[in-house]
Design a protein around this ligand. Structure first.
Ligand code: FES
Length: 367
């Protein structure tokens, strides 16, 4: 008898379901995970956990973690995954983009920059060690390569924005993509470029050009901040080329401006890794009502997430920059401003991301 792979998969699932069902019965009233994690914290069935197997702190201000998940963690190059860690007894979740290929089955590589006010990034820099166990959540985000890979691709990054585009580069290499790929990365100095050895390996491929621009130090292929002249020097064909840019808001804004001036905006995809500073012209007015908890606070003009946290609430969140949608809740009434675009919105009962929306006057949200 010939058994098709699908039949085998179905049979495998049924066996797993029977096994899990039996475990549930034996472990009642608790979930089997409560006992499985005593054997190995990676054996949980309700969530994905990963063990840190390597920690690299060679780049100043950055840490690169290699994780081995307990089960396969799928993502598309350019997406971010949720990363959870317990700091001082409190579980924190953040979103980080893997920098490795989406085709790597057994590991996730994350590079995290330390932020002076970042609870998680500072904890990782100071305390993460091989053997530590962390939580992983599903991948999300639409900053991804087209399903049919373009013949010419330009990848631009700055600082820790290198991670999603590095993942794209690794993925294309694994797929033996033969189209021309230019990777243009902005860092302060040569010492600030993570995964340099791997970049050099990729640069040895016939179709890959790696261009490093140093904004402060010497020795790069280019010097200074991103500008049109840089593109003219290394990729004069950029206006007709699929381009992916990720980095601080200042870098992506400059790239957008150059593409707009060149009439090439339709070829450009950008993702920011930092929010612009929130400024409140003329001071903030009104109150913010958190309807579920019954808390009311004076509007400080900061984002709703920050104001909720200052009021002692702990809303779900991940990236804190409008990418992952984890913080989405319903604005019952009032007007909010998108701090990235300045856009105002006052439609009642609209779902908004509280990490990128600030109240304008009285606002009520479901928190
Ligand atoms: S926390 Fe990710 S969108 Fe708000």
């Amino acid at each position: 008898m010939v058994v098709s792979p699908l039949t085998r998969v179905g049979a495998g699932r049924r066996t797993a379901n029977v096994f899990t069902g039996a475990l549930r019965l034996m472990s009642w009233p608790h979930h089997p995970d409560r006992y499985l994690e005593l054997l190995d914290p990676l054996l949980t069935t309700q969530s994905t956990r990963a063990r840190i197997v390597d920690v690299d702190r060679t780049v100043p201000g950055m840490i690169t973690l290699t994780l081995r998940p307990g089960r396969r963690c799928r993502f598309e190059a350019g997406q971010h995954i949720q990363f959870g860690v317990v700091v001082d007894g409190v579980r924190h979740t953040r979103c980080y983009s893997p920098s490795n290929s989406q085709h790597a089955d057994d590991r996730i590589v994350l590079t995290v920059r330390a932020h002076p006010d970042g609870v998680v990034s500072r904890y990782l820099h100071e305390s993460a060690e091989p053997g530590d166990v962390v939580d992983l959540g599903p991948a999300a985000g639409d900053f991804v390569l087209p399903p049919v890979r373009s013949d010419r691709l330009l990848l631009i990054s700055g600082g820790s924005g290198i991670t999603p585009v590095l993942s794209m580069l690794h993925t294309l290499a694994d797929e033996r993509h033969t189209g021309a790929v230019t990777f243009l990365h902005y860092a302060r100095t040569a010492a600030d470029v993570p995964q340099r050895a791997r970049l050099d390996e990729l640069a040895a491929r016939a179709n890959v050009e790696v261009v490093l621009a140093h904004t402060r130090g010497d020795g790069g292929h280019l010097h200074g901040r991103f500008c049109r002249e840089h593109l003219d020097a290394v990729v004069p064909w950029f206006p007709g080329t699929a381009t992916y840019a990720c980095g601080p808001a200042g870098l992506t804004a400059s790239v957008r401006e150059v593409y707009r001036d060149a009439g090439a905006e339709q070829h450009l995809r950008t993702e920011e890794f930092t929010l612009p500073a929130v400024t409140v012209a003329g001071g903030a007015e009104g109150t913010v009502s958190f309807t579920t908890s019954g808390v009311v606070a004076d509007n400080t003009g900061r984002t709703l997430l920050e104001q909720a946290e200052s009021a002692g609430l702990r809303p779900d969140h991940g990236c804190r920059m409008g990418i992952c949608h984890t913080c989405t809740t319903v604005r019952r009434s009032g007007c909010t401003r998108d701090v990235r675009t300045g856009e105002l919105d006052s439609e009642p009962d609209a779902r908004i991301r509280i990490c990128v929306n600030a109240p304008v006057g009285d606002v009520a949200v479901d928190l």
